[in-house]
Design a protein around this ligand. Structure first.
Ligand code: UD1
Ligand code: MG
Length: 462
């Protein structure tokens, strides 16, 4: 009897089971020791991978039945497959990260309660004030950061599922992540509250050493929370690209975190980067499981939920870990795609529902997709489009009278195809990913070598 496509094969079941059992055994043995929470986080990430992998497979038919499905537009046979599978990842992630809460605080809980409960802590605090003896206090602000991160990611996942269910309009859904970021910004305000930036050395004669941004700093963080999820959602449209670009950013952030943790001296930013790893490792676990199913030829789609969820995980670690500038260095391709998309996003140029590259059924290759101009563009816009065409930043088609009748869509994927010609869907994804890795590594290299020249210190905060 043929097994249903949602069933796991025997090899898959036994591998996932073995992985889960090994991870479970590690977790039950890792309450003690200095690196214990990190080892536990790795083990939890293994469980997150196994959980998401099997649930994505099992829940596919149920999602289709509930209407959560989409047509794979770039195939000869435009089959319908389950959509919104990012919701499964987000739920597994949230479960795992919630169960993980006691682990990074285990030592603090033991020290603060010292076997006597909370009352003793209060009494000891008084004694401490009188004697001046060292007393271990529970790091409430660290716990608050952690809980606000979970709340923000939870909110964005719910709002993302709402978007996938009701296909909210772009001008409305653009601001969704801003609402979800409020718990994060409140905790930042109450517990950290730093709103200045370190001024680069050449500008110090004019601006001083530190530039106080005040309220504008919150606008900046709010903008990051809106930008990260949306920028992933618009660098989309070919199989696997949403998840794989997120995985590249996550791995590069982990490399950056390790740089601090492996420093030859205890770095002052160690705690921020441990927090970042605790948030990123399970994210990598659930995303790898999704990628196996979403890579070309896709068996499931990720939905907007995944793009919002992924972008918000990055915004959370960048903001609460105080390295949002480094984070933006890893978003250079997304920033380019966003800026390049602006004419269509802000409707200076018509924007169709889908801007993904066009699938040519005859060659089975992806080509740059175009927008047809129903009415000829106004003169200044036409001149600008023709200039971009001459600079090889766009492809426009004119009729005999020289009037523009169509132009390629303003996305990085289309531009890549304009530059390098038609190619297979997975090949296009791989080339974009290789470019992203190279740009990201260059960004990190610049960050860790030139920050010293520009700021005198490697620990430039944000
Ligand atoms: C964003 C992009 C849109 C792009 C779409 C593709 C902007 C402003 N919007 O819209 O241009 O076309 O993502 O995800 O830039 N699909 C495929 N193959 C894939 C991925 C998606 O065919 O590899 C199709 C499926 O029909 C799927 C649909 O795209 O159902 C999902 O689109 P959705 O994520 O809802 O689009 P948006 O995020 O609104
Ligand atoms: Mg989308």
């Amino acid at each position: 009897m043929a097994s249903s496509p949602s069933a796991l094969s025997l090899t898959e079941t036994s591998s996932l089971l073995a992985l889960s059992l090994a991870c479970f055994a590690i977790i039950t043995n890792t309450f003690h020791g200095d690196g214990a929470p990190l080892v536990a986080s790795l083990a939890f990430s293994g469980i997150a991978f196994a959980g998401s992998y099997s649930m994505i497979r099992w829940l596919g038919p149920a999602f289709m039945k509930a209407g959560l499905k989409g047509k794979d537009l770039s195939k000869v046979h435009k089959k319908e497959i389950p959509e919104t599978m990012g919701a499964v990842c987000a739920v597994v992630y949230l479960l795992v990260i919630t169960i993980f809460i006691p682990f990074p605080f285990y030592k603090d809980i033991v020290a603060a309660t010292s076997g006597g409960g909370n009352r003793d802590v209060v009494m000891e605090t008084i004694e401490h004030v009188q004697t001046g003896r060292f007393l271990h206090r529970f790091p409430h602000s660290k716990l608050a950061s952690y809980l606000s991160a979970i709340l923000t990611i939870q909110s964005i996942s719910i709002l993302g599922i709402g978007d996938d269910l009701f296909d909210i309009r772009w001008r409305h859904k653009f601001f969704i992540p801003g609402i979800a970021s409020i718990p994060l910004l409140i905790v930042y305000f109450v517990d950290f509250g730093v709103t200045h930036i370190v001024v680069p050395i050449p500008l110090r004669p004019y601006l001083g050493d530190l530039l106080q941004l005040g309220f504008l700093y919150y606008v900046y963080m709010f903008a990051i929370a809106i930008f990260c999820p949306n920028s992933i959602n618009i660098l989309a449209g070919i199989n696997g690209i949403e998840v794989s670009q997120s995985l590249v950013i996550a791995f590069l952030l982990v490399v950056n975190d390790c740089y601090y943790l492996l420093a030859p001296y205890p770095h002052p930013a160690t705690d921020s980067h441990l927090f970042s790893l605790y948030m990123l490792l399970p994210f990598i676990g659930v995303s790898l499981a999704l990628l196996v199913h979403n890579w070309y030829p896709s068996k499931v789609f990720v939905g907007d939920t995944y793009c919002y969820f992924a972008g918000m995980v990055f915004a959370v670690v960048g903001i609460l870990g105080h390295f949002s500038k480094t984070l933006l260095l890893l978003f250079i391709p997304q920033i380019f795609n966003f800026v390049y998309s602006a004419p269509q996003l802000f409707r200076l140029v018509p924007c169709p529902r889908h801007r993904m590259p066009r699938f040519n059924a005859r060659t089975a290759l992806m080509e740059s997709s175009v927008t047809e101009w129903q009415h000829p563009p106004k003169k200044p816009i036409a001149m600008l489009l023709k200039l971009l065409h001459r600079l090889h930043l766009l492809r426009v088609t004119e009729n005999e009278e020289g009037t523009i009748i169509e132009s390629s869509n303003f996305t990085m994927l289309n531009l890549w195809l304009v530059w390098f010609g038609p190619k297979r869907e997975d090949r296009l994804a791989i080339e974009i990913l290789v470019m992203q890795v190279l740009v990201g590594l260059a960004g990190l290299f610049i960050r860790h070598n030139f920050a010293l020249l520009l700021f005198e210190s490697d620990n430039v905060g944000v």
